[in-house]
Design a protein around this ligand. Structure first.
Ligand SMILES: Cc1cc2nc3c(=O)[nH]c(=O)nc-3n(C[C@H](O)[C@H](O)[C@H](O)COP(=O)(O)O)c2cc1C
Ligand SMILES: [Mn+2]
Length: 477
């Protein structure tokens, strides 16, 4: 496990999965290079230096986890695991003792190497990219970990929310409905108060994971991350707020998010995770920056949304599949594997591989997937396949879909929990703030009642395959 972003970058370099790029422009070039690089499998981590108009050393890191190996490294899982094996390793870890471990406070840390206050506050000090061509501005917060405190019970929450620079000392933070950051900010606003907030823009991978994974309400992400690595996270008190911030963070913006009545700014558009600029421009409450803390030669962490989850998350599709698998195992027998289809964005299509043991078993598995915290939100299809199909192998899944599903049997659930960035929301829905769409359940598995009669597949059986490989090893190197 890694204590900060730098340790992780060094590890990527050590294993030969690292590229340094000099001379790029923050305006569109960094975002486009990351996007284009990510399209090849297992592409490297990218660090940009000598960015146009900025001093050397002021860097941007992107594509943190665009390989299975680096996803495994972030979570301390076996480095060789890929596809379904990686999901399985993640699932096994979820079943371990993950008792939360609270953070420890330290007096100071590298994050306090530079403290900017008053007139020295300048958000343009860092080479923040304009990530996508049609973005409405520069987003300093993409790979962010935003710290807030619940005023009722004092619990610390951390979430990843996009942060757009508005001027030297003002930003906007986009807090989606239902996310804990939003619930907490509203508690301050209801009392007419601004919400104190610290925005980290570069931190240890496990903290970034904690910030964007589905950690339940009531559990602080610091404690979750400490529990995962079985070692407390080191935090230090801020300068302009008393919020605990990661002692080894790269850049922290401290300040307050004012109530909407006090000041709003135009936010967006921004290239979103579904792969569109669907959210448009909105008026959002202003975030007033009270201090900027940063390490010497700071590294801004960039995780711009992309069609591929590997670019902007730390294997969130793997985490979701693993959480689904763990939950299915808790409730039903016969589950052979789960997968979230990466090519269909992080959460649109779940696949479950199941050995059907009774009538209704496959549909039951699908309905559980619809209800699990990790997979419910914005889910569009659940596909259930038989145990001979590897759910992480898209060719096999499509073969099952093409040969074992029956369109007239597809079930739909209307009014499903959806998202604002969905390009299919109608103008009426946007006006009503209605984000619901439908969910489809596709059984791409042999009909249970004809299981015995279903013709055998012509695929070479595992037994024969083993014999052949042993007899002609040179053929299969
Ligand atoms: C790169 C990235 C950008 C995100 N942007 C936002 C955002 O702008 N607003 C938001 O509410 N959630 C956003 N999310 C999702 C949240 O981080 C995620 O749902 C998290 O669990 C929320 O934590 P919370 O419930 O503690 O607030 C983003 C996630 C990632 C990985
Ligand atoms: Mn939370």
């Amino acid at each position: 496990m890694f204590n900060d972003l730098r340790e992780f970058i060094r590890k990527a370099e050590e294993i030969g999965e690292y590229k340094m790029i000099e001379g790029a422009d923050w305006n569109e070039e960094i975002g486009a290079i990351g996007d284009l690089q990510s399209q090849s499998p297992d592409s490297p981590l990218l660090v940009f230096d000598r960015i146009k108009g900025y001093p050397p050393g002021y860097r941007v890191a992107t594509n943190l986890a665009t390989s299975a190996k680096r996803i495994a490294l972030c979570f301390g899982l076996p480095q060789e695991a890929k596809g379904i094996e990686l999901v399985k390793a993640f699932r096994d870890k979820l079943k371990e003792d993950l008792t939360p471990v609270p953070p420890v406070a330290v007096a100071s840390g590298p994050v306090k190497e530079n403290i900017l206050l008053g007139n020295d506050i300048d958000l343009y000090k860092f080479p923040t990219p304009k990530w996508h061509e049609l973005d409405g501005g520069r987003y300093i917060g993409t790979g962010s970990a935003v710290v807030t405190r619940d005023p009722d019970d004092g619990r610390i929450n951390i979430g990843t929310y996009r942060v757009q620079i508005q001027d030297k000392s003002t930003a906007t933070v986009s807090l989606a409905q239902g996310h804990h950051g939003n619930i907490i900010a509203r508690k301050y606003w209801a009392k007419g108060l601004a919400c104190p907030m610290s925005i980290c823009c570069g931190q240890a991978p496990i903290l970034y994971a904690a910030a964007h994974f589905d950690i339940p309400w009531g559990l602080s992400e610091y404690d979750w991350a400490g529990g995962w690595q079985k070692k407390p996270i080191e935090v230090t008190k801020g300068v302009a707020t008393d919020l605990p911030i990661p002692a080894t963070a790269e850049i922290v913006l401290e300040g307050e998010l004012v109530p909407r009545e006090v000041e709003t700014r135009a936010e967006g558009p921004f290239g979103e995770w579904d792969g569109y600029y669907a959210g448009g421009v909105r008026q959002l409450p202003a975030f007033r920056v009270k201090s900027i803390l940063h390490r010497n030669d700071p590294i801004l962490q960039g995780n711009p949304p992309s069609i591929l989850p590997r670019v902007w998350t730390l294997g969130r599709h793997i985490q979701k599949a693993a959480a689904l698998w763990a939950e299915l195992d808790r409730q039903i027998p016969g589950v052979k594997g789960t997968w979230m289809i990466e090519e269909a964005t992080v959460r649109r299509i779940a696949v479950i591989s199941l050995q059907q043991l009774y009538g209704g078993h496959a549909k039951q598995a699908a309905v559980i997937a619809a209800g699990v915290l990790a997979t419910a939100y914005a889910l569009k299809y659940v596909i259930v396949v038989d145990e001979d199909i590897d759910p992480s192998n898209i060719s096999e899944v499509l073969w099952a879909l093409g040969t074992r599903s029956e369109p007239e049997e597809i079930e739909t659930i209307k009014g499903w929990w959806g998202n604002w960035s969905n390009p299919l929301l109608t103008p009426e829905q946007r006006q009503l703030d209605d984000r619901t769409r439908s969910l489809g359940i596709i059984l791409a598995c042999k009909p249970y009642k004809y299981l015995k009669e279903f013709p055998p597949s012509i695929k070479t059986s595992p037994e024969l395959a083993k014999k052949i490989r042993e007899k002609w090893p040179a053929l299969f190197k």
